[in-house]
Design a protein around this ligand. Sequence first.
Ligand SMILES: NC(=O)c1ccc[n+]([C@@H]2O[C@H](COP(=O)([O-])OP(=O)(O)OC[C@H]3O[C@@H](n4cnc5c(N)ncnc54)[C@H](OP(=O)(O)O)[C@@H]3O)[C@@H](O)[C@H]2O)c1
Length: 295
Amino acid sequence: MSATPPRLLVTGAGGQLGRRVVELLLETGTPNLIAASRDPSKLADLAARGVETRRVDFNDPASLAAAFAGVDRLLLVSTDSLDVPGRRIAQHRAAIAAAQDAGVNHLVYTSAPGARPQEGGGVIDDHFWTEQAVAASAIPGWTILRHNIYAEILLMGAGQAVASGALYSATAGAGRAYVSREDCARTDAAALRQGEGRRILDVSGPAAVTQDEVAALYAKLSGKPVTHHALPADALCQGLAGAGLPPSLVAVLVDFDVAAAEGQHAIVTDVVETLTGQAPVSVAAFLEAHRAALV
Ligand SMILES: NC(=O)c1ccc[n+]([C@@H]2O[C@H](COP(=O)([O-])OP(=O)(O)OC[C@H]3O[C@@H](n4cnc5c(N)ncnc54)[C@H](OP(=O)(O)O)[C@@H]3O)[C@@H](O)[C@H]2O)c1
């Protein structure tokens, strides 16, 4: 008689990454799947494909014991709650405590490269303290997957850079190993399926790409001149705020550039290929596939 397969729960399945992880697990025939979201009605199509759905809202810690009941492995997708200082780390701590109390035996967390404490908090500080909470918990196994910056982030500013001919950054010439959300989702799904060890892994694209190289790719793919201008962090902050971006997004983008300037985003690993059997997409191939966003 075969053992019952482990029960896998993905939080944030209403978001882009979480949804894709559930879809990939379905495609590989993984049984005993639970997709969880603050709003399970967003998961109706997954339910129609046989996936159990549950309501999971980290802002409602009292509900998490029932939400995680019977779960063996859990993918904790970091939330996007960056507007209220301290909220995201409180959410993640509540989720980790509930996972521990529910008897989860392996937790996968989506972290960021160079997770470390930051004076005054912020996106990287949240990831550091979440990693600490995972490691300090009594959950027997865990995989921290430090997703490098999504290649999709490039598409947010690519059209503007091509239109103006100018790409601004505060990366000080350092490279960044952009990785696509799809490659992160494939890696997360694989880690959840494997459910082994206690590891911190950097999930990167195939190379660290500088902003000069990004500008050159924009120029090549659009046929228009694009030049990279290196700025100090405070000037980038002013420029992004002046362009009308919300303060929480400005803070994240500037923090990311400062981290890149420190070399934190340049770590290139073979984690995507090792876990999934398929190499990650390069920035050049990613932008080629999204050429329409450039023009
Ligand atoms: N490496 C990078 O460059 C990069 C870029 C963007 C984001 N991220 C991080 O990666 C995560 C996933 O990215 P994405 O592109 O899928 O973002 P997204 O589509 O904006 O999704 C946001 C996610 O946050 C979840 N969430 C928000 N509030 C929550 C709460 N109270 N309780 C539980 N979950 C909550 C959402 O879950 P439901 O809606 O299903 O409840 C959803 O999965 C983001 O949330 C962010 O932490 C990383």
